[in-house]
Design a protein around this ligand. Structure first.
Ligand code: HEC
Ligand code: HEC
Length: 225
């Protein structure tokens, strides 16, 4: 065999093995359905090297922004008439509207389908669970985040006229302790949890406040919304 055909033969053998390995990985993955991997979230200590206090504050908020702009949070903080679903943030199916839910129209209130806990769904379905929480519902329009830059989200979060009358300490407490916010890290089968954990998010919010609660001046990263 010439060197060339030997190389070719080994290439063919090799790619065959890769294809087999890929196929078996895929079927194992499908069989085991591993839990989706959440994104990392840096601790405030990782920002200590930023000397400028305002720049550090902005960087801390930008890190917290990984949580705020995550689909687990964004889907419930829509700027429009309906919530969104999943990581691609498609419109809620079946369609539900803010106005109907507020008016309590039968079949459209959130509690009609979302119970007090995540509800696992078996069998053929496009989703593996229906999310649940005792206070499942839309964030009010003044707290809408979808389609806004991180800087705008930051400014409205600090604004008592728009954030439900919270001062910075209450805002931090909400992020660190609220049990509906906590749902973002235990969203039920089939959903990727929010980045990191709630404790780290609370610490980032506190460190951001301690450094003057500065807002990023421009969106550091454009995410699909
Ligand atoms: C007729 C049943 C029904 C009603 C009413 C309903 N939902 Fe849902 N909702 C579902 C189902 C089922 C899912 C899961 C679908 C999926 O993940 O693909 C879901 C998922 C969601 C999600 C996605 C969570 C995520 O991160 O993927 C949000 C947000 C949501 N609903 C908000 C609401 C709100 C707010 C209301 C009330 C205004 C409401 N829903 C009313 C059935 C309903
Ligand atoms: C089921 C829908 C839902 C989900 C999911 C959700 N929120 Fe909210 N959020 C709300 C509602 C409703 C309010 C208003 C309640 C209140 O003011 O106490 C709110 C208010 C807030 C506020 C108050 C201040 C403001 O201006 O928005 C913060 C901060 C917040 N949410 C953070 C989060 C974070 C972080 C996540 C994801 C880890 C999240 N939320 C996920 C529904 C949701």
């Amino acid at each position: 065999m010439s060197i060339r055909s030997a190389a070719l033969a080994s290439f063919v053998a090799c790619s065959g093995a890769i294809a087999l390995a890929a196929a078996s990985t895929l079927s194992t993955a499908l069989a085991q359905q591993p839990a989706p991997t959440p994104m990392d979230l840096k601790a405030p200590s990782e920002f200590e090297s930023i000397g400028d206090r305002t720049a550090r504050s902005q960087a801390l908020f930008t890190e917290l922004g990984k949580v705020l702009t995550h689909p687990r949070c964004m889907n419930c903080h829509p700027a429009g008439a309906s919530p969104t679903q999943n990581d691609d943030r498609h419109p809620h199916m079946p369609p539900v509207f803010r106005e109907d839910a507020d008016a309590g129209t039968i079949g459209t209130t959130c509690a009609g389908c979302h119970s007090s806990e995540n509800f696992a769904v078996s069998g053929a379905s496009t989703y593996k669970s229906v999310p649940g929480h005792a206070r499942w519902g839309f964030a009010p329009l003044s707290m809408a985040w979808q389609g806004r830059s991180l800087g705008d989200i930051c400014r409205q979060l600090k604004d008592k006229d728009r954030n439900g009358g919270r001062d910075l300490a209450m805002l931090q407490e909400h992020i660190a302790k609220d049990d509906l916010v906590a749902w973002g890290w235990k969203p039920g089968p089939g959903r990727v949890p929010a980045p990191g954990n709630q404790e780290t998010a609370g610490k980032l919010a506190q460190a951001w406040i301690d450094t003057g609660a500065a807002c990023p001046e421009f969106a550091p990263e454009i995410r699909p919304q």
